[in-house]
Ligand binder design. Structure first.
Ligand SMILES: Nc1nc2c(c(=O)[nH]1)N[C@H]1C(S)=C(S)[C@@H](COP(=O)(O)OP(=O)(O)OC[C@H]3O[C@@H](n4cnc5c(=O)[nH]c(N)nc54)[C@H](O)[C@@H]3O)O[C@H]1N2
Ligand SMILES: Nc1nc2c(c(=O)[nH]1)N[C@H]1C(S)=C(S)[C@@H](COP(=O)(O)OP(=O)(O)OC[C@H]3O[C@@H](n4cnc5c(=O)[nH]c(N)nc54)[C@H](O)[C@@H]3O)O[C@H]1N2
Ligand SMILES: [Mo]
Length: 764
């Protein structure tokens, strides 16, 4: 335990773990990835369980990896198990051989537990018992499940309005649990269903719905394989979606080219060795990126505009660059868009993007020559004030080239959590469509509220202002994942009751409401037995494939309930005259799937189809050039260059993931590809900037952000020289979240702008 036990740590304790830093790697995966995975497994898991799980992970009759949402191949799945290093780490984390029982909580006060680092919390073991923190108490104590549900029911029923309750979801929740959870919230009377998506791909959802008519991507794994040009923007797949690299490899083997747009030269995007191919291991892998564009943070609109200006010029001089036929038949608002593009200033775009004209010309050459183009993106594009515009500009580019709704071409927002896309399909959304609610009401005989609810940022504010009083989380780590950690901490502390359904201990459990509950649940790898027998659940991956997932190991404790069961018991204890038969639904998940089939389009014969190996694709009109938009066509958008203000002494900070974490879960303290070992409190800085600030490698600095007249402080970070554009810096999430102002979020999507925060750096 840390020395600073005498205070409650809303932020992770600012203590160093002993850095060593080397030159970043120039390639990813390969043997080192296997060693790293084996190391995690042997340290934290039982060997026989590890072997059993590696055989069933992402297999057609197995369970869905609790890591990222990258899809599994439709046909040939690797014999070794369709896994990656970080997938192995995810299961080692869930199936940890250590158990965290009531003794831990009775021995250590909440304050003492808060002094643990996030890494230590995660490694303290799998939660085994429901725990309760009474008002004013310093320690959690065990509680019976029935009493816990009664307590939740009592709190919910005494609120002045159902809108004083918040029901958060993290993206691991299965379709079945998510459906039941939103049904409960709406039967209870609120659309307050904030979810991790609000902090993640919401900007993509908003932009894609508006421009193409569906908030999801339009490509399949096959499309990636046969694409002629992949543009990978704001994404670090070597760490966050390692299995994507096998698909990119196939694309390259078929002759495809790759452009990477990223402030950092991420190792995973430079060179890749497939850990499942002996030949590749021997030949030392393949080059991934053909053209690397080291864009400045938030220089993407500028880059895309410059690129499109070039394409327009090429079309005017040599012809055949812009797909005029496609544009005429399938799109609207092209003239406005072109007008805007003609008014844009190339020089200004070059300066803002930080890219040379040569680089833009090289990119334009590739884009003009290739017909099958896919743009892949993740948080580097979405988590900006103009996140929605970033994605609209991506769509503009694809539409110009007619690269939508044909094989090998389209949009590929690469999702984060393994079922974040499915949760939204199931109705985990604070702004549901009326048609969805109408159907829900008709099928279940309830009366859903029609007023929209609160997304993550407004939910934090509502708690802070005392307007929301009960916070319930289905998974996740709300405190540490959200922006403005100190502000959010106070918001949670204001609540009458906070409840966390969790598999592992995290900081949100110790920064609690006046009363608090921790409800331990089954994970992806566990059997789930209900009165009608053994159950399976389903998930939707990043490409709209729904498939079943079934745990293969006995649960680590007899006291765990499934998320579905928890929702049903909470509903029974809260809703006294509900027309929904909660007991039957939780006893047999086939009945939940029957209900989903009736309410949500695309799930016809759900129970039958989901049992087929490999699952089924949900309908997606964009693939057939059917655009369900306001104009009935794919819409061009007019996007402005963002206006950036940055003072002389300010830096632009992005908060990113290290190689050894899954969001707020810290698997280890290394960021192997970036050459950083045994430390997370680092700030990656350009060497010229270090000289300007008089800083040397591993100097200790404090970071402060200044927004709307308020100062936020994050103490003690070590400077690491890095290849990053001047005046741009990078830190890890969640350590730097305290610097992200709660009011700094994307227009329209309300996604916290965690990738562009203005900070000052001062020697400590
Ligand atoms: N192992 C592992 N896997 C994960 C996760 C994890 O934490 N660990 N998290 C999951 C989740 S929920 C998500 S959403 C995804 C996240 O996957 P990513 O989006 O890949 O994750 P980040 O680390 O946030 O990386 C963002 C990348 O964008 C770049 N970037 C930052 N700002 C900009 C910008 O302004 N422009 C451009 N062009 N690039 C920029 C950064 O340099 C970095 O390479 O991964 C999922 N998978
Ligand atoms: N500054 C900054 N902030 C960010 C980001 C960023 O890039 N920068 N990224 C944002 C993004 S993209 C996302 S998606 C969010 C993530 O936000 P969250 O989804 O809220 O956070 P996680 O860290 O994924 O949640 C981890 C916790 O989930 C619980 N858990 C794990 N598995 C299960 C399960 O099967 N069931 C249940 N009930 N609980 C489980 C464990 O208790 C674990 O401690 O963070 C966001 N925050
Ligand atoms: Mo995410």
């Amino acid at each position: 335990m840390s020395e600073s036990k005498d205070k409650l740590h809303i932020q992770p304790p600012a203590e160093f773990t002993g850095i060593s830093s080397k030159k970043p790697k120039k390639k990813s995966v390969g043997k080192a990835a296997i060693f790293s995975a084996v190391n995690q497994v042997s340290k934290y898991m039982k060997a026989d369980e590890a072997w059993k799980l590696s055989q069933s992970m992402n297999q057609k009759d197995g369970f869905d990896c609790p890591g990222c949402a990258w899809p599994d191949p439709d046909d040939d799945r690797s014999k070794l198990g369709e896994y990656c290093e970080n997938g192995i780490k995810a299961i080692a984390e869930e199936r940890s051989k250590k158990l965290l029982g009531p003794e831990f909580f009775t021995q250590h006060s909440v304050q003492e537990i808060s002094a643990l680092s996030d890494f230590e919390m995660g490694k303290s073991g799998r939660l085994t018992h429901p725990m309760y923190l009474p008002k004013g108490a310093t320690h959690y104590q065990p509680i019976e499940w029935s009493e816990a549900f009664q307590l939740i029911g009592k709190h919910l029923n005494r609120l002045a309005s159902p809108n004083e309750a918040l029901f958060y979801t993290s993206g691991r929740t299965s379709n079945e649990a998510a459906y039941l959870y939103q049904l409960f919230a709406r039967n209870y009377g609120t659309n307050n269903l904030p979810d991790c998506s609000n902090m993640c791909h919401e900007s993509s959802g908003v932009a894609l719905s508006e421009t193409l008519g569906i908030g999801k991507g339009s490509v399949t794994l096959e499309d990636i394989h046969e694409s002629e040009l992949l543009i990978i923007m704001g994404q670090n797949p070597g760490t966050n979606h390692p299995r994507m690299l096998s698909a990119v490899q196939k694309c390259k083997e078929n002759g495809g080219k790759v452009i990477t747009v990223n402030p950092l030269p991420e190792a995973g995007l430079l060179r890749y060795t497939d850990p499942q191919s002996v030949k590749r291991m021997v030949t030392n892998g393949i080059n991934i990126t053909d053209l690397f564009l080291p864009v400045r943070i938030n220089g993407d609109v500028a880059f895309l505009k410059a690129l499109m200006i070039k394409l327009l010029q090429m079309d005017e001089t040599q012809g055949d660059v812009i797909d005029h036929d496609f544009i005429k038949i399938h799109t609207s608002e092209y003239d406005d868009f072109i007008q805007g593009l003609k008014e844009a200033d190339l020089q200004e775009c070059l300066v803002q993007s930080g890219l040379s004209e040569d680089k833009i010309n090289a990119a334009a050459e590739l884009v003009a020559k290739k017909e099958k183009i896919i743009v892949c993106w993740a948080m580097g594009l979405t988590q900006h004030v103009n996140g929605v515009d970033n994605i609209k500009e991506v769509v503009n580019l694809l539409l110009m080239r007619g690269a939508i709704g044909k094989p090998g071409a389209g949009t590929c927002p690469v999702r984060g959590h393994s079922n974040v896309q499915g949760d939204r399909t199931m109705g985990i959304w604070e702004a549901p469509k009326t048609a969805f609610l109408d159907k829900l009401d008709e099928v279940h005989g309830i009366k859903s509220p029609r007023d929209h609810g609160l997304a993550v940022v407004p939910a934090i504010k509502a708690m802070h202002e005392g307007k929301a009083k009960v916070f319930f989380a289905m998974g996740g780590n709300f405190l540490s994942a959200t922006p403005d950690t100190e502000y959010t901490g106070k918001a949670l502390q204001n609540c009458e009751l906070t409840v966390h359904v969790s598999t592992k201990l995290n900081r949100s459990h110790v920064i609690h409401g006046k009363e608090a509950l921790i409800l331990p649940c089954l994970g992806r790898t566990d059997f789930d037995i209900q009165p009608s027998g053994e159950q399976f659940v389903s998930c939707e991956n990043s490409m709209g494939v729904v498939q079943s997932s079934k745990g293969t190991l006995p649960p680590p404790s007899n006291h765990l309930l499934s998320e579905t069961r928890i929702v049903a018991e909470m509903a029974k204890a809260t809703l006294l005259n509900s027309p929904v038969d909660w007991e039957s639904l939780a006893s047999n998940y086939n009945l939940i799937r029957d209900a989903i089939e009736q309410v949500i389009p695309g799930f016809e014969h759900f129970n039958e189809k989901v049992k087929k190996p490999g699952g089924f694709y949900l309908p997606n009109g964009v693939k057939d050039r059917m655009f369900n938009t306001k104009t009935g066509k794919a819409r061009f958008s007019h996007v402005n260059l963002p206006i950036h203000q940055q003072k002389e002494d300010e830096y632009v900070m992005m908060t990113i993931r290290s190689h050894d974490q899954f969001n707020t879960t810290i698997y280890g303290l290394d960021d192997r590809y970036r050459g950083i070992h045994n430390e997370r409190r680092v700030v990656l800085m350009n060497e010229e900037d270090m000289v300007k600030e008089g800083l040397a490698k591993h100097d200790v600095v404090n970071l402060s952000s200044h927004y709307d007249g308020e100062e936020r402080l994050a103490e003690k970070f070590l400077v690491v020289p890095y290849e990053i554009p001047p005046t741009n810096v990078a830190t890890y999430f969640p350590e730097a979240n305290v610097l992200v102002p709660v009011n700094l979020f994307a227009k329209k999507s309300l996604t916290p702008a965690s990738k562009r925060v203005l900070i000052k750096i001062a020697k400590a």
